[in-house]
Design a protein. Structure first.
Length: 183
């Protein structure tokens, strides 16, 4: 579960099945009381209809927790980290960072660092197109050491500079509006 929409879908499914929940957070739901085998199967099938899966394996659960911390931090938080990310992740999940990084790489096939970079670049794309922030402000917001670092990482991942990306996307959006008759 990596979005607020996913949380809403899980709450709806739990309600439909008649399961009381104590909390539904990104990646996990705490159910009040027990759950029968029948309810478990209903839950598994209903979540599947939304493209969601129940995670039953400890390594996969831990990996989802890592993803959720990253998504929360990159997409939903303006919190400036006073410690490096590895320490933050370690404190948040109560595990040694090396252990977390090894599990994550084993399950996902990429490093935690690459996963963070991918999410940061997606956030940069979003901010370039839908926000009034300039590149310096975006670099600061996403905790890059400099605009140059953000730009080189962006180009490495997308093949484009941030300004070219914004220019191409805005031109596509304008062309779409013209095709749809919205002059």
């Amino acid at each position: 579960m990596v979005s607020l929409r996913c949380k809403m879908a899980v709450k709806e499914v739990l309600h439909q099945i008649g399961l009381q929940y104590l909390s539904v957070e990104l990646g996990e739901a705490e159910i009040a009381g027990g759950i029968s085998d029948g309810q478990y199967l209903q839950l598994k099938n209903a979540l599947g209809d939304y493209g969601l899966v129940l995670i039953e394996n400890k390594k996969e659960r831990l990996t989802e927790s890592i993803k959720n911390v990253i998504v929360e931090l990159v997409h939903y938080s303006d919190e400036k980290l006073l410690i490096n990310f590895s320490e933050y992740l370690s404190k948040k999940l109560q595990y040694d960072y090396t252990y977390l990084a090894n599990i994550f790489s084993e399950v996902e096939g990429i490093t935690v660092e690459k996963y963070i970079i991918c999410h940061k670049i997606e956030k940069v794309k979003e901010l370039l197109l839908h926000d009034d922030l300039n590149l310096t402000q975006i670099a600061y917001k996403l905790h890059y050491s400099s605009v140059g670092h953000l730009s080189s990482q962006f180009k490495k991942v997308t093949g484009l500079t941030p300004s070219l990306y914004k220019h191409l996307k805005l031109n596509r959006l304008l062309a779409l509006e013209q095709v749809c008759g919205k002059h």
